[in-house]
Design a protein around this ligand. Structure first.
Ligand SMILES: [Zn+2]
Length: 364
C-alpha cells in the first residue's frame, strides 16, 4: 500500500458526479462579470481575497450558512453570456485537473433575475460545456460533460423544472436533482416532479442525508425514485457496531448496499457544512470498507477550495488509499453516471483502466 503522490493523482483519470456550476467559478471571472454587469455587492475585487472570502463564509459548519455565499456567484450569472463563460471554464478547469467525465449541476430558476427564460439558461450552460470541451480537446485533454438540472427544494417550481430538464434531454441534460436547505424540505415535497421524471424514464439524483438524516434518504429512494444519493453520509446512522466492532446494517443501509445505490460523497464540503466532524472522521472510509458504492466528489470547488486532485490527495492521506482504491472509486463513479451505457463502458475500458494500469506499473 503506497499513498499516491499529488502528481500521480493529478495524472490519474477521474470522474466527477457531484459539482455545482455556481459553486465552482474562478474568482477572477466572478470579479470580471461583476464589473461588466454593474454588480456592486462583491466584498472585494481582489481574486485571492475573494477566494478566501468564499472559503471562510462556507466553512461555518452549517449548510444554511454555507449556502449564503452563493448569492454572489448567482448574482453575476444572470445573462446567457455569463452562464456560458462559467460553464466553459468549468469544463476546461476539470479537464486540466485530469477529470475525464463530469456531471455538473445548476438550478435554472436562480438565473432568471434579469429576464432570461428557463430554456435560455439551459441552452447557455449546455452551449458553454460544449465550448469548454472543445477548448480542452484543442489543448489535448479529453473530457465529456453532462448537465444535471436542479430544482430548489425550498421553492415550488420543481415540476416545471423537471419538465424543463426532460425537454433538454437530447441536448446535453442527463438528469434531474433537487438542492438547497434540507431540514424542513423533504424530497416528498416534490413528489409530482419526481413521478414525472420516473414516468419519462429520466434519471434522478437527490441531495439527501447531508444536513438531515435517514428519513430524507428513505423518501429519496422509496418515494421519489432516486438512482443516486447526493452525499448520503447519514446512511451511517443505520449502521451499528457490536463490542467487537462488527457492523450490523439496518434495513435501509442494507438496501443501499445491496442495490448498489451510488453515494455522491463530498468530504471537504461535508466538513465545511458540519455534516462530518473532520476529514479523518468522514464516513466515506467506513462505507468504502463495507463496499458501499461510494464515489468522491468536489461539490463546490470555489466555496470549499478544492479540486478533484486535492480531494483525492486529502482522502488518500486520511484513509490510506492507494491507486487501486482510486481506480475502484473512479470505476464506481463511471458505472453510476447518467451517460449512455455503451459510452460509459468505453470510458472505463479505453480511458480509466489503461490510465490506472500505466500509473500502477510505473509505480512498481
Ligand atoms: Zn451538492
Amino acid at each position: 500500500m503506497t499513498i499516491p503522490t499529488r502528481v500521480q493523482i493529478k495524472a490519474a483519470p477521474k470522474v466527477l458526479l457531484h459539482d455545482h456550476l455556481d459553486g465552482g467559478m474562478r474568482p477572477q471571472t466572478v470579479i470580471e462579470l461583476a464589473e461588466q454587469q454593474g454588480y456592486t455587492n462583491l466584498p472585494t475585487t481582489d481574486p485571492g481575497e475573494l477566494a478566501k472570502w468564499f472559503t471562510r463564509g462556507a466553512d461555518r459548519r452549517n449548510l444554511e450558512l454555507y449556502l449564503k455565499t452563493f448569492a454572489h456567484t448567482v448574482g453575476v450569472t444572470q445573462t446567457a453570456g455569463a452562464l456560458a463563460r462559467a460553464a466553459a471554464e468549468a469544463a476546461e478547469d476539470l479537464a486540466e485537473d485530469g477529470v475525464v467525465y463530469a456531471e455538473i449541476r445548476f438550478a435554472p430558476e436562480l438565473h432568471t433575475g434579469q429576464g432570461l427564460a428557463l430554456d435560455d439558461v439551459v441552452d447557455a450552460v449546455v452551449g458553454g460545456f460544449e465550448t469548454g470541451t472543445a477548448n480542452a480537446a484543442a489543448a489535448g485533454r479529453r473530457i465529456t460533460v453532462g448537465a444535471l438540472v436542479t430544482a430548489m427544494r425550498t421553492a415550488a417550481r420543481s415540476h416545471e423544472i423537471a419538465e424543463l430538464a426532460i425537454r433538454h434531454r437530447d441536448h446535453g441534460v442527463v438528469g434531474f436533482d433537487i438542492a438547497g436547505a434540507e431540514a424542513g424540505f423533504p424530497p416528498s415535497r416534490h413528489l409530482d416532479a419526481f413521478q414525472l421524471a420516473m414516468r419519462e424514464n429520466f434519471h434522478i439524483t437527490i441531495h439527501a442525508g447531508e444536513a438531515f438524516g435517514l428519513p430524507s434518504i428513505h423518501e429519496a429512494l422509496q418515494y421519489c425514485g432516486a438512482e443516486r444519493l447526493g452525499h448520503g453520509v447519514r446512511i451511517v446512522d443505520d449502521i451499528s457496531f457490536d463490542p467487537d466492532g462488527q457492523p450490523t446494517l439496518g434495513r435501509l443501509a442494507a438496501y443501499v448496499l445491496d442495490r448498489r445505490i451510488p453515494l455522491e460523497m463530498c468530504p471537504t464540503s461535508n466538513v465545511n457544512t458540519g455534516a462530518s466532524e473532520s476529514y479523518e472522521a468522514h464516513p466515506i472510509r467506513l462505507l468504502r470498507d463495507l463496499k458501499f458504492r461510494v464515489t468522491v466528489n468536489t461539490d463546490n470547488r470555489l466555496m470549499s477550495d478544492v479540486t478533484m486532485t486535492e480531494e483525492f490527495v486529502k482522502s488518500c492521506n486520511a484513509f490510506d488509499w492507494d491507486l487501486a482504491d482510486m481506480r475502484w472509486l473512479t470505476i464506481n463513479a463511471m458505472k453510476s453516471a447518467f451517460w449512455p451505457f455503451a459510452e460509459r463502458l468505453a470510458l472505463i475500458d479505453d480511458i480509466i483502466k489503461p490510465g490506472y494500469a500505466e500509473l500502477i506499473s510505473e509505480a512498481n
